[in-house]
Design a protein around this ligand. Structure first.
Ligand code: ASP
Length: 315
C-alpha cells in the first residue's frame, strides 16, 4: 500500500487539502487531481488559471488543460476553451469518453456542451481592467479603439518585433496550476490547467494541453508537470523527459534538475519550472527562474507543507 499524497504548484496552497481529503477517503488520484485543479480554476483571484484568467491579445480568455492517468497511460486535453471555467474536467471527459486525446476551440466547446458543462463568461472585471490597462500602456500613441489596436498588432508582426515582445511577456505574465497525486493503489495522475501566457496571440496553445510537454504520468516510473514558457517545454517534451530520466535510473530530484538543464541549453528567454513525483511518492521541483516552491500533503497530514526544490540558473 502506498501512502497516498498530493503535490501542487504555489497556487494550490489553499486548496491542496481538497485532493488530500479525497485520497484519505480512499478516492482515486484522478478524482483528487481534478477536484484540486477545479478549485484553482474557480478562483477569480488566480489570474493565470480558469475563471478570471488574463485574456489573449483580443481580450478573450482562452484556457488549456490536460490530465493523464499513469495506470492506463490514457490522457485527455483541451485547448482554446473560451466559455467554460473548468477545462480540466472537460479534458477528463475527453480522456474517458472519446477515442481522442486533444480537442481544441469550437469542437472542444461543443463537446463540453454535449457533456453537460455549463457555459460562463470567463473574463472578470478584474481581468478586463488589466487588459484595458495593457491596451492603454502598449498603444500610447494610438487611441484605445479596437481596430487601431488590431492594426498595431499587424505592425508588430510585420516588423518581426513580436518575438521580442512575447519573450518579455513570458518572463512575468503567466502561470499554471500543476497537481500530481498518487493514491493508495499506487496510481499516479497529473493535471495541468492554465489561461496561458497573458496577452498571447489568439489561438496560441501552450504546453499545458500537450501531453509529454506540460504533463506526463506513468505508474511504473512517476509523473511530472511544468509551468513557464510552454514553447520551450513543447520543444523538449519536458514532462515526458523527466519521466524517462526516472525510467533510466535517475532519482526524481536528478530528473527534474536534468530537465531544467536541458531547458537552459536552449539558450532562450523564459522561465520554466517543473514538479515531479516518482512511483514511490518521492517528490521534487526545479526551476531556472527562482527557487521553486511547491506544496505537499499526504493523507496523514492536516495541512500542506511548503517544500523547496532546486534553482538551476541559466548561464
Ligand atoms: N506553461 C503555460 C503556457 O505556456 C504558462 C505558464 O505556466 O506560465 O501556457
Amino acid at each position: 500500500m502506498t501512502l497516498a499524497r498530493i503535490i501542487g504548484t504555489r497556487n494550490t496552497r489553499g486548496v491542496l487539502h481538497i485532493g488530500a481529503e479525497i485520497l484519505r477517503n480512499g478516492g482515486s488520484a484522478i478524482d483528487a487531481v481534478e477536484a484540486t485543479v477545479n478549485a484553482v480554476e474557480d478562483n477569480p483571484l488566480d489570474q493565470t488559471v480558469g475563471y478570471g484568467g488574463i485574456p489573449n491579445l483580443l481580450g478573450e480568455v482562452e484556457l488549456d488543460a490536460s490530465i493523464m492517468d499513469g495506470k492506463t497511460l490514457k490522457a485527455g486535453a483541451v485547448a482554446g476553451i473560451k466559455h467554460h471555467k473548468n477545462p480540466i474536467s472537460i479534458a477528463r471527459k475527453v480522456m474517458e469518453v472519446t477515442p481522442h486525446v486533444l480537442l481544441i476551440g469550437e469542437g472542444a466547446e461543443l463537446f463540453a456542451e454535449v457533456m453537460g458543462f455549463k457555459k460562463c463568461e470567463l473574463l472578470t472585471n478584474r481581468s478586463r481592467k488589466i487588459y484595458d490597462a495593457f491596451l492603454r500602456d502598449a498603444i500610447q500613441e494610438l487611441d484605445e479603439s479596437f481596430n487601431r489596436y488590431k492594426k498595431y498588432l499587424e505592425q508588430y508582426i510585420k516588423n518581426y518585433r513580436l518575438r521580442e515582445w512575447y519573450e518579455k511577456l513570458t518572463l512575468k505574465h503567466h502561470g499554471t496550476v500543476n497537481v500530481i497525486a498518487i493514491d493508495s493503489k499506487g496510481n499516479i495522475c497529473v493535471g495541468v490547467s492554465t489561461s496561458g501566457t497573458a496577452l498571447k496571440l489568439p489561438g496560441r496553445v501552450g504546453d499545458s494541453a500537450i501531453i509529454g510537454a506540460g504533463n506526463y504520468a506513468d505508474n511504473r516510473y512517476g509523473g511530472a508537470a511544468c509551468t513557464g514558457r510552454g514553447e520551450l517545454t513543447i520543444r523538449l517534451s519536458t514532462a515526458k523527459s523527466i519521466v524517462n530520466y526516472m525510467k533510466n535510473g535517475l532519482s526524481v530530484k536528478e530528473a527534474c534538475i536534468q530537465a531544467i538543464k536541458d531547458i537552459n541549453s536552449l539558450n532562450e528567454i523564459g522561465g520554466v519550472s517543473c514538479i515531479a513525483m516518482d512511483k514511490n511518492g518521492n517528490t521534487w521541483a526545479a526551476s531556472n527562474r527562482r527557487i521553486p516552491i511547491y506544496y505537499y500533503m499526504d493523507i496523514e497530514m492536516k495541512k500542506p507543507i511548503e517544500l523547496k526544490g532546486t534553482l538551476i540558473q541559466a548561464k
